[in-house]
Design a protein around this ligand. Sequence first.
Ligand SMILES: Cc1cc2nc3c(=O)[nH]c(=O)nc-3n(C[C@H](O)[C@H](O)[C@H](O)COP(=O)(O)O)c2cc1C
Length: 195
Amino acid sequence: MNTTPIKTAHVVVGVTGSIAAHKAIDLVSLLTHWNSENVRCEVRVVMTADAQKFVTEVPFRTLSRNAVVRDLYESDEQWSPRHIALADWADLLVIAPATANTIAKLACGIADNALTCLALALHQETGMLIAPAMNGRMWQHPATEENVSILKNRGVEFIGPDEGLQACGYSGKGRMSPVDQIADRVRQMLSERGI
Ligand SMILES: Cc1cc2nc3c(=O)[nH]c(=O)nc-3n(C[C@H](O)[C@H](O)[C@H](O)COP(=O)(O)O)c2cc1C
């Protein structure tokens, strides 16, 4: 009989305004159904305003069984701002899909929505994984390359993007990595943190 206590991993999934936003629904489903012998995963979702143009909060709320954070000024019963409470709660923040815009904001330390505020307020030991999704020219633009390099130097991890046919009609590097690979990397990062 396994007597090791079950740990609960706290994962925040950030969703931004990309056509790949619908894939984040499957990511949340995969993470919430992850039940290893000793670890289960609780997921909270934070959406940018632009993400909500691509997909509603309903599937995220239902699958994560938690309210979705969509606005800095939404209030609940807690006295502390939700983005700070979530930053305290998180073991890992995974942004999937991550737009060029959000990557640029993170590189500059801009905090103008719930997701970017949360990212800035994370504890130093909390992991951050970014799964970019964008048009190939946006990905290869020197501004994006510089922003990615700034974030990597700060310890932020990236997965993808992959080559292939993109929703914008072009082929190139910019497709978000498959969600099962992102979920595997999340699990690996959590296990590297002893969770
Ligand atoms: C149909 C459509 C698809 C888009 N897809 C992407 C995308 O995949 N990646 C990206 O970086 N921007 C994409 N954009 C542009 C972003 O939505 C835009 O930069 C937005 O400001 C991002 O906001 P956010 O980072 O706060 O979510 C798309 C815009 C439209 C209208």
